[in-house]
Design a protein around this ligand. Sequence first.
Ligand code: DGT
Ligand code: MG
Length: 382
Amino acid sequence: VQAESLEDRCQVSPYACQRRTPLAHKNQVLTEALETMAEEARFCGSEGRSLAFSRAASVLKSLPWTVRGVKELHFLPCIGEHSRKIIQEVLEDGTSTEVENVRQSERYQTMKHFMKIFGVGVKTASQWYQEGLRTINDLQAHHAKLGKAQQAGLLHYRDLNSPVKRSEAEAIVQVVQKAVDQFLPGASVTLTGGFRRGKPSGHDVDLLITHPVEGQEVGLLSKVISWLDSQDFLLYHSTHRNASQALEDQELSVSMTAMDRLDHCFSIFCLNYPHGSIKGGSRAWEPGYELKDPGDATLWKAVRVDLVVAPYSQFPFALLGWTGSRNFERDLRRFSKHEKKMVLNSHTLYHTEKKIFLSAASEEEIFQHLGLEFMPPEERNA
Ligand code: DGT
Ligand code: MG
């Protein structure tokens, strides 16, 4: 009877889009261990292995109870051999030697450090590591090798690695709304990403812009960027016509087609605080730099902002696609493809057998097309 009830309790879907995953969950120690392993695998270029650990962690995040024994893992989906071993170690010893070894390894620490620089991905970080570079100071000495984004990333390293608070994200929404209103009254600015899922802070601010009259949004992004720049709100910006180009994540980009094109801008905002408005100057990063005048820090802060513009008919798809989490998005697309023979991206939903595009006026309608129960953003923290 006990085994049966355990089995019942473990009736968990292998797809994150069919699991409710709140922000706070009950298996933090285990998921942190698995996510370290996922990160390490990614640093090694082993995407498949990384995904396996990441999926195992994601399943544990959705459980309404705390896992206390390996028996409970038996019936759960997506828990591979290696993940099970890590979980068992943590359950038995409180910590996993393998995970601790990773955390202490010079390679892992250096990679993590380098990848905290905006514009640096696995490829660049691991190349630097192989060249013998270890610290930010080492990079400074090799300044010539840095691209424009990376230079900005290094310059604003401290700010960009301090969490963005919700109040700061909301202040940026106001600034962008003001910019948008000048060129296209009636256009809306929506906060997406982690903040929409209820996170109290994040690594960036993800904003989605649209206008109820289809076509009116064309050309809006470049006008908004120019205005923001002229008002000294931008420390860095890079505009793309195709958002998927910027995506390093293979699984996510797999379902992206030539149709996956939204005007998109990666930027670094200069967020001013009430009494200050200086840009540049003393907050730039230098070796051993400390704030000389603590008052300085209250004047402005560099914040990563992603701006995306969607035509109105694509807005629900873009909203769904940019709300995340990444695990949730990946599984939503995997579910669509394998269970429904449909291709979902940030623009459309396409039925590959009926050869038709399915339109939607809301996120709810997209879930309906997919035969999925609606999942509110707060429960997409897979
Ligand atoms: P955060 O910012 O670390 O607090 O957490 P999130 O969940 O806001 O993560 P973020 O900002 O990296 O991405 C939010 C969602 O946006 C994520 O589910 C995937 C989507 N996304 C991010 N970058 C791209 C991109 O370049 N292209 C497309 N199509 N989607 C993207
Ligand atoms: Mg974000």
